[in-house]
Design a protein. Structure first.
Lengths: 143, 155
């Protein structure tokens, strides 16, 4: 196992959890990024302001990372554009069909012990692992 | 607008957490999903930290009549499992494994200026719109009486 970063990952996870907890306790909202982002593309009355502010915060935090933690953008693996387009379509479509992504289901949903989120998270980790297996083993020579 | 400011600051903290944890780096995400290869367990610690904090926040929220800055909690109440949930999660996971990006880290990493991230986020937006169009045409094709309009999300 190379690149293992349990401490940084745990600290980052605590920050993510604290942010999501703040959204819940202060604003009563689920910090599910796919739903928040979709809400900007297809605005729902009354939800646009907080969603815009959250996404603006993500981008501002993203800018801060450039200065404070530049390793965050050492991607290590960058797939070809065609593959990224297919992946983006799957992520956009799939998160809407399944009502959530890693943050909404994986953190908030599991954190409140929602059976839907437990099943969704097990499912997306399983298909993600399957795809990685095939890409690494079978397509590796072609990329 | 305290609630709007809280959302903005939470977004910043969320992005910093994603960056520090390794979630913005496809090599870490794909390494985590590579169970049968050179497995990198780091992201399990992200989930441990995030879920651990949220678990207690969620329990605390149940004792509160309302959130501090809003009139009510908007929390999904569904508990049933349906084919859409599982199919959606399966498709999402496939895209996640393919690129190594999920929505939060991808939006955050737009700030890197890398064209690959912009391509991914653009395609993700297209996927969301595609879902909207398909669902709209389905509604017109077969209106269901008494159908429950789901709130946009669990998430």
């Amino acid at each position: 196992m190379h690149n293992f970063t349990p401490v940084a990952s745990l600290i980052g996870g605590i920050l993510i959890g604290s942010s999501a907890a703040t959204m819940l306790l202060m604003n009563g909202k689920i910090a599910g990024i796919s739903g928040i982002f979709a809400g900007l593309l297809k605005p729902v009355k009354g939800d646009t302001l907080w969603k815009s502010c959250f996404v603006a915060g993500l981008l501002a935090g993203g800018m801060l990372l450039r200065v404070l933690f530049p390793i965050a953008y050492e991607f290590g693996i960058v797939r070809p554009f065609g593959m990224l387009v297919v992946a983006g379509l799957l992520v956009g479509f799939g998160t809407r069909l399944g009502n959530g992504c890693t943050s909404g289901h994986g953190v908030c949903g599991i954190g409140r012990l929602s059976p839907r989120s437990l099943v969704a998270t097990a499912t997306f980790i399983a298909t993600g692992a399957t795809v990685v297996y095939f890409v690494n083993r079978i397509l590796a020579g072609m990329l | 607008m305290k609630a709007a400011l809280t959302s903005f600051i939470s977004g910043i903290v969320f992005a910093l957490g994603l960056g520090i944890s390794g979630m913005t780096r496809p090599i870490k995400v794909i390494g985590f999903l590579d169970f049968f290869g050179n497995w990198d367990a780091s992201l399990a610690f992200v989930m441990l930290g995030a879920i651990g904090v949220y678990f207690f926040a969620s329990r605390l929220s149940r004792k509160m009549p309302a959130p501090i800055l809003a009139p009510a909690f908007s929390i999904p109440k569904r508990t049933d499992l349906d084919a859409r949930l599982i199919a959606g999660a399966a498709l999402f996971g496939a895209g996640w494994g393919l690129a190594g990006f999920c929505p939060g880290p991808a939006i955050t990493a737009l700030a890197s200026g890398a064209p690959a991230v912009a391509v991914f986020v653009g395609a993700m937006a297209a996927g969301i719109c595609l879902h909207g169009w398909i669902m709209v045409s389905e509604t017109f094709a077969e209106p269901r009486r008494g159908a429950i309009i789901e709130p946009a999300t669990d998430a």
